[in-house]
Design a protein around this ligand. Structure first.
Ligand SMILES: NC(=O)c1ccc[n+]([C@@H]2O[C@H](COP(=O)([O-])OP(=O)(O)OC[C@H]3O[C@@H](n4cnc5c(N)ncnc54)[C@H](OP(=O)(O)O)[C@@H]3O)[C@@H](O)[C@H]2O)c1
Length: 331
């Protein structure tokens, strides 16, 4: 069936400025790491993308290696773009991809060389059927490649028109500072940083967020639900349909420790008192920091996506609620 986007798609979403750039991003963005590969149900993925756009999600995040098979999430997304988002709708989308993890055999299909980044983006564009992406990321810092080489490759990519903006992911505070300085000196300021950040992983609070603020770089936390841990789904064991039960999933049974379940249960009670799901509270909790531009969620169903988007209905926290959450996280 042909897709006609909802006419009210921009009415409920909140759009936040990405750092000090001109680009606005939706407060909630959708990532295609899981659920969009060749092992997944294409129709389900297509429904999720359509629903996301209908509810104001304009930003979709990919990487060369998303699948499995690596590359297949970009292929499937390209097919969805072609079927549903042809013509003028491309201009309403912010599409990102990355290179940094193993993609092809031999010395040129991994890490952060100019060779890898530029050739990988060419492959990504072909898989998605695009002339350009909006954001191209260095997916992780490379200890063996000078940061100048990796950043010059991003600068070149932006100047060539194959990406509109440059981003970095998984760089720590000091590595980010170096990368931002190089990019700034080249005249291609970094748009955005993509760190792992959630109630359960708070590393960015130890310096990274301050560096982003100082350089005017946006922040889009990935795995804001800790891959599904910050929902009510693991409170009574491991459901058959869950990332832990999925043989291709990156969340493992050993991640569901009794201590984690206890914390999840106590957080769930606080969320219920706020008349929110735990997933909604976990997203709102990240968005309360104005340095956070957008939270980058995953979803395996339209229902999950809808539930998560309803987080935007209550983004406020009282002092008591924040203290109660800190008590659980510290305990
Ligand atoms: N830059 C990087 O290195 C990096 C690394 C990882 C991810 N990312 C990006 O971040 C995106 C999001 O990562 P993520 O998928 O780990 O994010 P997440 O939002 O923390 O976890 C998403 C998963 O949680 C479960 N879930 C979501 N909403 C739920 C709800 N309302 N109720 C119950 N379960 C729910 C679903 O898994 P199940 O239903 O299958 O259990 C869903 O696939 C990725 O797609 C990718 O774009 C980037």
């Amino acid at each position: 069936m042909s897709y006609i986007p909802s006419v009210s798609r921009y009415e409920e979403m909140q759009y936040n400025r990405c750092g000090k750039s001109g680009l606005l991003l939706p407060a909630i963005s959708l990532g295609l790491w899981h659920n969009f590969g060749s092992v997944d149900d294409f129709k389900n993925g297509r429904s999720i993308i359509r629903r996301a756009f209908d509810r104001g999600i304009t930003h979709f995040d990919l990487a060369n290696n998303y699948g499995p098979e690596p590359g297949s999430a970009e292929e499937n997304f390209g097919a969805i773009l072609q079927k549903d988002f042809g013509g003028y709708l491309r201009d309403e989308l912010v599409i990102s991809t990355k290179a940094g993890y193993t993609m092809w055999p031999g010395p040129y299909g991994d890490w952060g060389s100019r060779k890898y980044l530029i050739t990988s983006l060419e492959q990504s564009l072909k898989r998605m059927g695009l002339d350009y992406v909006d954001i191209f990321y260095s997916h992780r810092p490379d200890p063996n490649t000078p940061v100048e080489e990796t950043m010059k490759a991003l600068d070149h990519i932006v100047r060539s028109g194959k990406a509109l903006y440059a981003g970095i992911s998984n760089y720590n505070a000091e590595q980010s500072r170096q990368a931002f300085s190089v990019l700034r000196s080249l005249g291609t300021p970094c748009l955005i940083h993509q760190p792992k950040y959630s109630m359960f992983v708070r590393t960015p609070e130890k310096g990274l967020l301050d560096v982003l603020d100082e350089y005017g770089v946006g922040c889009i936390p990935f795995s804001p639900l800790a891959q599904g841990l910050l929902t009510d789904k693991y409170l009574k064991g491991i459901p058959e349909r869950s990332r832990v039960a999925n043989p291709h999933g990156f969340l493992k049974e050993e991640d569901i420790t009794p201590d984690k379940v206890d914390k999840i249960s106590r957080l769930n009670t606080i969320a219920q008192e706020r008349e929110q799901s735990l997933a909604q509270m976990a997203l709102a909790w990240l968005l309360k920091d104005k340095r956070v531009t957008s939270v980058l969620i995953g979803a395996s169903s339209v229902n999950q996506l809808d539930n998560n988007l309803d987080a935007l209905k209550n983004l406020e926290f009282s002092g008591d609620e924040l203290t109660a959450i800190e008590d659980v996280l510290a305990g």
